[in-house]
Design a protein around this ligand. Structure first.
Ligand SMILES: [Zn+2]
Length: 81
């Protein structure tokens, strides 16, 4: 797993606090681009992620505009080196 400095795989909640969507994202070592995919918890739209990596990480649904915020978790893979 040394090829990535960040990996996350989350279930997402919509405005009614229902777990409906999910998001997977990763950042390669030496890269500042987050790649992955998501399923929007609000509208069910699925799309790919390819955007500048920054914290706090969030992805906006390209269809309905819902903002999926990804809070930091303790069990995330820590950056090495
Ligand atoms: Zn959406």
């Amino acid at each position: 797993m040394g090829n990535y400095k960040y990996i996350t795989n989350r279930t997402l909640r919509n405005k009614n606090n229902e777990e409906k969507g999910r998001l997977k994202a990763f950042v390669r070592n030496g890269s500042d681009t987050a790649e992955g995919e998501y399923e929007c918890p609000e509208c069910g739209h699925k799309d790919r992620i390819n955007q500048v990596w920054k914290r706090p990480f969030s992805v906006r649904c390209s269809k309905c505009g819902f903002l999926m915020k990804i809070p930091k978790l303790k069990n995330e893979i820590k950056k090495k080196g």
